[in-house]
Design a protein around this ligand. Structure first.
Ligand SMILES: Nc1ncnc2c1ncn2[C@@H]1O[C@H](COP(=O)(O)OP(=O)(O)OP(=O)(O)O)[C@@H](O)[C@H]1O
Ligand SMILES: [Mg+2]
Length: 242
């Protein structure tokens, strides 16, 4: 079986800092891959390289076997990779529906007009925001801004969804809602990379995990296996506690 997304030797330097160091991993169709690791280990940078927000220093990224390594971000979105940001990014001058429609217009299927609106309405329903399309994004609660961002990503009808700490900042009740939303995506067979610090969510949502520390992959396997790996535990606790 060939990978939906593959990274080979992917490296990103910021001056003297190697933020991502020769990362190799595959994401298979319908797989939820957890990308985990301590703060500053290179997870968001890896998503930025995949989505084209940052150019890679070296290495290769392929979507369904086609190289996407040096493509501009908008071309990568068109090919079907959509992502959320660690800090929610919505367009404040547009209402909820228009923000989600932007995902449809600039996404994989490039929908326009009524078609874009229909897709956006469907996705608002999916994330639990039907009837709120007219609202200004500034009026939304925090979790609802997260829902809008997820709806925007889904409206692009992507082949691969990248979620960067989408559950961060939610209270325990909202967390349950958030996990259920991601589980619903999983159950409909989406291909997802989930960057997350919430280990219960990792355990319950991911088929497999890749663990990063200081830019490099230090472990790969089922959530249960990697979270019991002494090297992973050491990376999370920090060298001082090892
Ligand atoms: N644009 C940038 N310029 C310079 N250094 C950067 C840039 N982006 C990230 N870094 C550095 O690269 C390293 C990896 O950062 P990254 O944001 O990928 O970590 P992360 O695993 O997502 O961490 P967190 O869990 O805190 O979100 C860090 O040392 C960070 O300071
Ligand atoms: Mg990050």
């Amino acid at each position: 079986m060939s990978a939906t997304l593959s990274l080979r030797g992917v490296t990103k330097r910021f001056g003297g800092l190697v933020a991502v160091n020769a990362m190799d991993f595959d994401v298979m169709e319908h797989e939820v891959l957890g990308l985990i690791g301590p703060n500053g280990s290179g997870k968001s940078t890896t998503l930025n390289l995949i989505s084209g927000a940052l150019p890679v220093t070296s290495g290769a990224i392929a979507l369904r076997g086609s190289p996407i390594t040096q493509l501009p971000a908008q071309d990568i979105a068109r090919r079907g990779i959509a992502r959320t940001f660690q800090l929610v990014r919505l367009l404040p001058s547009m209402n909820v529906l228009e923000n989600v429609m932007a995902g449809a217009v600039f996404g994989h299927r490039q929908r326009w007009g009524y078609e874009a609106e229909a897709v956006a309405q469907t996705m608002l329903e999916k994330v639990g925001l039907s009837g709120r399309g007219h609202m200004a994004v500034g009026q939304l609660t925090y979790i609802d801004t997260k829902r809008v961002e997820l709806a925007r990503v889904l409206a692009g009808e992507p082949r691969v969804v990248l979620l960067d700490e989408w559950l961060a900042g939610l209270n325990p009740t909202e967390m349950e809602v958030g996990v259920a939303l991601i589980r619903a995506l999983r159950d409909e067979g989406r291909t997802i990379i989930l960057v997350e610090h919430v280990m219960d969510a990792i355990r319950s949502l991911c088929d497999r995990c890749v663990v990063m520390a200081a830019g490099a992959k230090i472990a790969e396997g089922t959530p249960a296996d990697v979270l019991a790996d002494p090297e992973v535990i050491r990376a999370y606790l920090g060298d001082d506690d090892a």
